[in-house]
Design a protein around this ligand. Structure first.
Ligand code: HEC
Ligand code: HEC
Length: 246
């Protein structure tokens, strides 16, 4: 943690950047190290604006990694830096944190891959590093990833009915949302079919504690799987096979 004396400066800078305060946001240090972290938080919260060259979707990292990546069990960034490099099944090899972020660019953001040394990746990595500053090796952070739900089979027809009743008011009957305030769920501006969240079980685990945003935690696991099946069946961009390496 930063000393108390530095906090007001960090806080002012955070407010100046127009950001809601994520966990400990007030303590981002002043100076050039802090500038890179702050710029990473801007990319994280407003990705189509601050990393436009690498984004095809109208989605920010924070639309899925809630509260600027600090919400437990909404796949948070806290303490992640200490876990990488990491073997992942999808990649089938050991990948760096930078490469893991590039995966979300080519899949969830439906863009071309930024180089691992590009400005947005350096800034995002600095932000994730900063959120990992208190990490203690050997004591993993318990909020990592998504919630564990029983393995259920979703019914897309039921999912469609739940969607109309509980989701369409915000995300639209056409699934397009109203970006950037409300992100899209399908159609040309959504994540592509290579995104992790396009898998019904992963979607269910994201939805159950987090959506509907005005009544989080109200979906039963079965309703979350029904929505997962429905959303998986809706049209969305195909992942560019040239980027399958990520
Ligand atoms: C459409 C939703 C979505 C968007 C947008 C998105 N991600 Fe992800 N991200 C996910 C999901 C789902 C996972 C996998 C969670 C799991 O399997 O536990 C994930 C995983 C990750 C991980 C690995 C987390 C871990 O615990 O191993 C990182 C790092 C990451 N995303 C960074 C980003 C960054 C940075 C951006 C913006 C450039 C971004 N993501 C945009 C949905 C998204
Ligand atoms: C009150 C408005 C509101 C309602 C109702 C709502 N959402 Fe959301 N949803 C949002 C907002 C805003 C976000 C962006 C993250 C955040 O700020 O919480 C979001 C994010 C998402 C995301 C991740 C980003 C993306 O676009 O892929 C999914 C998936 C999602 N919502 C699905 C649903 C489903 C399914 C329902 C119905 C059960 C639902 N939402 C109901 C406002 C809403």
């Amino acid at each position: 943690m930063e000393s108390g004396a530095e906090q007001p400066a960090g806080q002012a800078a955070t407010q100046a950047a127009g950001q809601s305060s994520g966990q400990g946001a007030a303590a981002i240090p002043a100076g050039s190290a802090g500038d890179l972290i702050r710029s990473g938080k801007l990319v994280f919260d407003q990705t189509p604006k601050y990393a436009s060259a690498y984004v095809g979707a109208k989605l920010s990292c924070s639309d899925c990694h809630l509260q600027s990546g600090t919400m437990p069990k909404a796949s948070p960034m806290i303490d992640l830096a200490n876990l990488f490099p990491l073997y992942t099944e999808r990649a089938g090899r050991v990948i760096s944190l930078q490469e893991r972020i590039v995966e979300c660019f080519v899949r969830s953001e439906n863009g071309p891959p930024p180089g691992t040394d590009s400005q947005p990746i350096r800034a995002l990595t600095a932000y994730v590093d900063w959120l990992s500053r208190d990490g203690v090796k050997g004591k993993p952070y318990s909020g990592r990833g998504l919630v564990e739900l029983p393995e259920l089979v979703g019914n897309a027809e039921n999912g469609k009915t739940i969607y109309k009743a509980q989701c369409a008011a915000c995300h639209g009957s056409d699934g397009a949302g109203m970006p950037p305030a409300i992100p899209p769920l399908w159609g040309p501006d959504a994540y592509n079919d290579g995104a992790g969240i396009d898998q019904p079980a992963k979607m269910a685990a994201f939805l159950q504690p987090n959506m509907p945003q005005n009544h989080p935690g109200s979906l039963t696991p079965q309703q979350a799987f029904d929505l997962g099946a429905f959303l998986h069946g809706m049209p969305r961009p195909a992942m560019n096979p040239a980027y399958k390496r990520y």
